[in-house]
Design a binder for this molecule. Structure first.
Ligand SMILES: [Zn+2]
Length: 412
């Protein structure tokens, strides 16, 4: 039996309704983060896979932060495809703004509804289903297929992907993450993120004599903000293999958000998310705290931007960095990109485009080790991290087919 026939036999066993039913059941188990308890959903996935006779490992680095790992195929192979997805979802926010029960997993009018439908229980169902379909064919695989379902993605991944990568439990030669991109896009890179807290100090005094006495920490902070804004004028020089992808990504942002927003692809951004200062209207404040979120584009380094920020802040006060992650990407010419592109073309009959993402994800933990890593998954962007999240059933099913096809191509 050649690869083509093998693929056909596997696909003959593909049942659309099983994928949809699985996604719906995953939505019905709330795994909202915070608190991010994934014990119940991980146990469900474990028993779902065990029905097929696979042994599943659960890994709980912190209480109720349960990760799941399963593998099939050649035991000692270096050729390992990791299918990855996160089990947690963001909170539902104001319940009254939902038009339906966010945990109903209802299927109606061609859509699956609920928190996580797009981010990312739809994609998650797809990779779990694709993995399960290949269990009984594992002797045919030239290499290993690893399913890694993680906790803690929505709060940084410390007890999820980061932990598993560090403990060498989630390594592979390529990683396919089922995060939402939409059927026509493949995410191959993302910006780095720097989070920091700044304390600006001043000299207090009676408000009636300001600004002639004292040193107002809030006014100083305004000047600091103006200076820090200047880092957004730095333009990154992108690597040559990304020039087309960057151009495409800028246009994507231009169309979906605005021309101004498209600058985020090759410039740092800075958000002053929190500011606290002052005690009373007639007292000159001697302290003002700011929390900043800086995103660093591919082509600049987070280390370099961190030291620029430090230099500016030094003249105003102190800074403490909570985290600083480097921007990262996988070449658009890498095998995993090509394999997914091919399957999207064959199965969905569209030509997907690699693009660069402006937010960060678990991909960074894998790419840090040089493992080619991409995102591809069903999505309806509107409801993601918002209200009334849903996903098209057709996209959900097609994504599962693409995961299955890509796994077969990569491992035969
Ligand atoms: Zn996600």
């Amino acid at each position: 039996m050649d690869e083509h026939e093998f693929k056909k036999i596997v696909f003959d066993g593909f049942r659309e309704e099983e994928v949809v039913e699985l996604a719906s059941r995953l939505i019905k188990i709330p795994s909202v983060n915070p608190p991010g308890d994934t014990d119940e959903i991980a146990a469900f996935v474990k028993s779902y896979l065990e029905e097929e006779g696979v042994s599943v490992e659960l890994c709980e680095p912190a209480e109720k932060k349960v990760n799941l790992i399963a593998e099939i195929g050649e035991k000692d192979s270096d050729r390992v495809l990791v299918l990855n997805g996160h089990l947690d979802v963001v909170p539902i926010g104001d319940r009254s703004r939902w038009k339906f029960d966010p945990f109903s997993g209802e299927i109606r009018d061609g859509y699956l509804y609920g928190r996580g439908a797009s981010d990312m229980k739809g994609g998650l169902a797809g990779i779990i289903y694709a993995f399960k379909k290949l269990v009984k064919f594992e002797d045919r695989l030239k290499g290993k297929l690893k399913l890694v379902c993680v906790a803690d993605e929505e709060t940084g991944g410390t007890y999820g992907a980061a932990y598993l990568v560090e403990k060498k439990k989630a390594l592979g030669s390529s990683v396919l993450i089922a995060e939402p991109t939409g059927m026509d896009l493949i995410n191959i890179g993302e910006k780095g993120a720097i989070w920091a807290k700044i304390v600006v100090k001043g000299v207090p005094g009676h408000g009636s004599l300001s600004p002639f006495i004292g040193d107002n920490a809030i006014v100083k902070s305004v000047n600091l903000i103006r200076e820090l804004m200047k880092i957004t004028e730095i333009r990154a020089e992108l690597p040559k293999d990304l020039l087309d992808v960057a151009e495409y990504s800028r246009n994507l942002l231009k169309k979906s958000v605005s021309s101004e927003a498209s600058k985020a692809i090759d410039h740092p951004t800075i958000n002053f998310g929190i500011i606290r200062g002052g005690t009373k209207v007639n007292v000159i404040p001697d302290r003002c705290e700011l929390e900043i979120d800086v995103r660093v584009p591919i082509g600049l380094s987070a280390t370099e931007i961190t030291s620029k920020i430090k230099k500016i802040v030094e003249r105003y006060g102190e800074i403490e960095f909570a985290s600083a992650g480097e921007p990262n990407y996988t070449s658009p010419n890498s095998e995993i990109v090509k394999v997914v592109e091919k399957n999207v073309r064959e199965i969905i009959r569209i030509d997907p485009k690699p693009f660069l993402e402006w937010a960060s994800s678990d991909a960074r933990h894998f790419r840090k080790l040089g493992i080619p890593t991409i995102h591809y998954g069903p999505a309806e962007m509107e409801g993601i991290h918002g209200y009334n999240e849903r996903v098209k059933v057709e996209d959900l099913v097609n994504a599962a087919r693409v995961y299955l096809g890509a796994a077969i191509d990569y491992l035969t």
